[in-house]
Design a protein around this ligand. Structure first.
Ligand SMILES: [Zn+2]
Length: 95
């Protein structure tokens, strides 16, 4: 998170915004969990465990909606055997 979601101030380190004082602790926890699930999905892909890849990719995308997490989820969905859902996710990504 580079900017405060409340006032858009640039953020440095810390668990609150220096401008508006917003408590960012929970958002930082969610972002950390999203990164952890994203990395776990990549590692599961490396092992060929596409079921675990899908589970972690879904959690990463639920916690942080970004092109990277949507792309990962689309790939995991395809590899775990649901091509129509993967196509739907891919279309949403590229619309
Ligand atoms: Zn702020």
């Amino acid at each position: 998170m580079k900017r405060c979601p409340v006032c858009r101030a640039n953020l440095k380190d810390g668990e609150s915004c220096r401008r508006c004082g917003a408590d960012l602790t929970r958002l930082i926890q969610i972002e950390t969990a999203a990164r952890s699930h994203y990395q776990a999905a990549v590692e599961a892909f490396s092992r060929g465990d596409f079921g675990a890849m899908y589970t972690h990719a879904r959690e990463a995308a639920a916690k942080r909606d970004s092109p990277a997490t949507r792309r990962l989820l689309a790939c995991a969905t395809l590899l775990s055997g649901d091509p129509s859902r993967a196509f739907s996710l891919w279309r949403r990504l590229n619309s």
